[in-house]
Design a protein. Structure first.
Length: 560
């Protein structure tokens, strides 16, 4: 059992001029920085970091999971995006699942092979390099450092060791054995213990040499299908062969002089934008950081935005999502009028699965390009199914589907599920200049984390590291109790917790130690100190990169 985590360190924001990487693992951040120094750009470095994190943090992410990417092109000021989420197998129908005895009230067990959707990360990595990369480095060049890391081994970091062991225990309790690919002497590796994954190194080498074909056809594809079919799933080689990532048009909203960019459905970025639109109607700064009034309004705005998102967010190829109406300022004004300052709302919420293990990271290069990137297995190791001699586990994103036929997110052949993982970017609406690349991983905490970190900087004048260090709130719906719960991290004043209870919130305070993982793990790189209103030197503002890395993870920001 890992000891409790005290969070006693203090960090300064990293400041640099030529390039910066922020991730949840120092070894991964270092690999990304090396790619920048070799002439790669932010997109090249982001894929190198994604692969490195798949090696060092397999209990959070991997090539058997999904990815989303936002890329800021400094030469054009354009924000582009990639949806790297996979689809349900073509054979996966509601009729089939009902014949197996599954329903909305009796869902598929979390780690079952039927929850394995096509892994989208590999295609997203390839397309990120192809569409946004510098073209100075090949995919092999980008993946080689992670392949070497997997082959030679690395010492496991503290927070990762805790979650690795937690998910091994959880999966064993559910009857799933990970096997030797992720264990040392039949146990999870401990903090500081050296772990290697030669099978994953081989998978990376095949992807680097052959591109998407090296993953979605041939050896790896056959082994993916084999382990899924043997465990009761229905994925086919055609499901893998027909997969590709999709270039998407990012969505945005403006808030008090900045523009926040998010990914559209089937990603839940709309939840962050809706909440921000609602909060625009309140004097946030005057309320004070983490005051009872601020956290009350924030909780109410998040409940409204999450309720709408869970209802509407689904695969836009199969249902029409009314984004224009949901993100209109007039509609958000109407929603803001439903918030009472003295009492929490008791509105109902549809139940959604829970899960929090993801990695978010960001890179800004010397040319001013930025890549905001997120990669996830969903619940720890996902399904825990490991294709033989491949070195990665398969995700269980299908657990996010509804089995209610009338629901927009109902499971269906070739559909992508409601997706929690979302990267973000911040720009100046007038000039289009990049202000910030940011993200906070952690299932339904993600839009909540985006809003809190952004407001920490914009409204309360914190630098990126301070904004990540500050205690957070997590608004969560408890299906069993049919109520919303407001979880408050240690550091929020006890009097604030008591005040929120008087306003009829159900409050859980203080959340400490490793339980703080529910508040997500974020990374931020800002271009200039735009949050600092006292800064007068405009030239300094646009030259210096400011970065922070979440103390709730093992990582760091590095620059040069």
């Amino acid at each position: 059992m890992q000891p409790d985590l005290p969070f006693t360190s203090r960090r300064s924001a990293v400041v640099c001029l030529h390039g910066c990487v922020a991730s949840s693992q120092p070894l991964a951040s270092n690999i990304g920085l090396d790619i920048l120094k070799r002439g790669g750009n932010a997109a090249d470095a982001a894929v190198a970091v994604a692969a490195a994190l798949a090696v060092t943090e397999p209990c959070s992410c991997g090539i058997g999971g999904d990815s989303f990417c936002l890329f800021y092109d400094a030469s054009t000021g354009q924000v582009r995006g990639l949806n790297g989420s996979g689809r349900a197998p073509r054979a996966q129908t509601v009729d089939l699942l009902e014949r197996y005895g599954y329903s909305e009230s009796n869902p598929i067990p979390s780690f079952h092979a039927l929850n394995a959707t096509v892994p989208g990360a590999a295609a997203c990595w390839c397309d990120t390099v192809r569409l946004f990369g510098s073209q100075k480095l090949s995919l092999q060049d980008v993946l080689r450092p992670a392949s070497d890391l997997a082959l030679c081994g690395f010492p496991v970091a503290q927070v990762t060791a805790h979650h690795w062991a937690k998910w091994v225990r959880t999966m064993r309790a559910a009857g799933r054995e990970l096997g030797r690919d992720f264990l040392i002497k039949n146990d999870a590796p401990k903090h500081g213990q050296v772990f290697s994954n030669p099978h994953l190194a081989q998978t990376f080498q095949e992807l680097g040499q052959h591109g998407k074909v090296g993953f979605y056809e041939g050896r790896v594809a056959k082994l993916i299908v084999d382990v899924i079919i043997r465990n009761g799933g229905v994925m086919s080689l055609d499901d893998l062969r027909n997969h590709d990532s999709e270039e998407i048009k990012p969505i945005h909203t403006d808030y008090r002089g900045v523009r926040l960019w998010e990914v559209p459905p089937n990603g839940q970025g709309m939840a962050a934008l809706m909440a921000l639109n609602i909060l625009e109607n309140f004097p946030i700064k005057e309320m004070g950081h983490n005051s009872a009034s601020y956290l009350h309004v924030l909780a109410e705005a998040l409940k409204l935005s999450l309720a709408h998102t869970v209802h509407y967010c689904a695969d836009p190829d199969h249902v029409k999502v009314p984004l224009e109406s949901l993100l209109s300022k007039d509609y958000s004004l109407q929603l803001s009028h439903t918030i009472q300052m003295d009492r929490a709302s008791a509105m109902a919420e549809r139940d959604v699965p829970t899960g929090s293990d993801t990695v978010y990271f960001t890179v800004v290069d010397g040319q001013g390009n930025a890549c905001s990137f997120i990669n996830s297995n969903y619940m720890g190791f996902g399904t825990g199914l490991v294709p033989q001699s491949c070195g990665f586990s398969l995700q269980n994103r299908g657990a996010h589907f509804s089995l209610e036929r009338s629901h927009s997110n109902c499971v269906g052949p070739g559909k992508r599920p409601y997706h929690t993982i979302i990267p973000a970017l911040l720009t100046d609406p007038a000039s289009g200049r990049l202000l910030c690349s940011l993200g906070v991983m952690g299932a339904f905490m993600q839009p909540q984390g985006h809003i809190q970190v952004l407001l920490n900087m914009l409204e309360f004048g914190m630098n990126p590291q301070e904004a990540l260090d500050a205690p957070r709130m997590y608004v969560q719906h408890d299906k069993a109790a049919q109520q919303w719960r407001v979880n408050l991290e240690v550091g929020v004043d006890e009097g604030v917790a008591e005040d929120l209870e008087k306003r009829s919130h159900v409050v859980c305070w203080p959340i400490t130690g490793h339980d703080r993982s529910q508040f997500g793990r974020g990374q931020v790189i800002s271009v200039g100190d735009w949050w600092n209103l006292s800064t007068q030197d405009a030239e300094l503002n646009v030259r210096v990169l400011w970065a922070g890395s979440d103390p709730r993870a093992d990582g760091c920001a590095q620059g040069y």
